[in-house]
Design a protein around this ligand. Structure first.
Ligand SMILES: [Zn+2]
Length: 305
């Protein structure tokens, strides 16, 4: 499906006088959010080169993104330099907990302290906003813990930062990194093609799902990670999304949209907020591309990636 399919409201009749009243469907919108900021992988690009390419890709599309940072990944001079470049470029920095623990399996007092520790680590950056995203999109795992975290976050002035489009780039990148570690000079074009297509198809899927549950007008929140895949291919991904009809909306605007105050009673457990809301309204999340079930493991195996 190309951009024209999103602009699908064009009248099918041949009535030329109807032209001024042609209704076009608005373009779907998304904001990019990038998690973790683990800056250790240094094959092909140094972490600073990777960061510069990511920022340059955002800049090319005049997009203001958000980075969800775990403090433990940036406890070095390099981490501080990278965060300052995000700040200077006008992107938002959000809280992703200090130690990147799983809030479902760990004690809630430990998790709450870890969130506040990260707040202390990040608050000196003027780009820091009190958006909080759970590592692994875990959010507690059972209703009692979920409520404890929600009460805590509200009381401390944090807004939730869920995800509607999961690019599953963490899995793709983990395999890519392994191959690059074995052979840093390997060709990367097949990874590029696979990754770019995957993000476009998954974005399209979640827009379809949003429409099914009558939220087709939301600004989506796309989850990616600060990794080598995006260092190399973010510009190509953004171009492909734009070609497919997407508009980029500032992450701060998307994250503060009232839709993201919706808090389902069903545990998120690593899923898109849309999948959970659809399930709660009795609409099954059909149409998820077969190729990307199981994070795309079988497809990547078949492609030799
Ligand atoms: Zn994370």
């Amino acid at each position: 499906m190309k951009r024209r399919d999103f602009l699908s409201g064009v009248a099918a009749t041949a009535c030329l006088s109807c032209a001024p009243s042609i209704i076009t469907k608005p373009r779907p919108r998304l904001a990019v959010t990038m998690d973790d900021f683990s800056l250790s992988f240094d094959k092909v690009l140094t972490p600073l080169e990777r960061n510069a390419r990511i920022l340059s890709a955002f800049d090319r599309f005049s997009h203001k993104a958000a980075g969800f940072v775990s403090g433990k990944f940036v406890e070095h001079e390099l981490g501080d330099r990278v965060l300052k470049t995000w700040q200077e470029a006008g992107h938002v920095i959000g809280n992703h907990s200090y130690s990147h623990l799983n809030s479902s399996s760990e004690d809630h007092e430990l998790i709450k302290a870890d969130i506040l520790k990260n707040h202390e680590r990040l608050k000196s950056y003027s780009a820091y906003e009190k958006y909080f995203r759970f590592p692994f999109l875990a959010e507690g795992g059972n209703s009692e813990k979920i409520e404890i975290y929600r009460t805590f976050l509200r009381a401390n002035g944090f807004l939730p930062a869920p995800v509607t489009i999961d690019s599953i780039d963490w899995y793709t990148a983990s395999r890519f990194e392994k191959r690059l570690s074995e052979n840093p000079k390997m060709g990367v074009s097949t990874y590029k093609k696979y990754y770019v297509e995957m993000v476009v198809k998954l974005s399209r899927h979640f827009q379809n799902l949003a429409e099914k549950i009558s939220h087709g007008d939301i600004p989506h929140i796309l989850l990616m990670h600060h990794n080598i895949l995006n260092g190399l291919f973010l510009g190509d991904v953004l171009q492909a999304l734009s070609d497919d009809g997407w508009e980029f909306v500032d992450a701060d605007k998307a994250l503060s949209h009232s839709f993201y105050q919706v808090q389902p009673s069903t545990p998120i457990r690593g899923r898109s907020l849309l999948s959970v809301l659809a399930m709660e309204t009795g609409i099954s999340d059909t149409g998820y591309p077969d190729a990307y079930y199981g994070f795309g493991e079988k497809t990547m195996d078949a492609l030799g990636l």
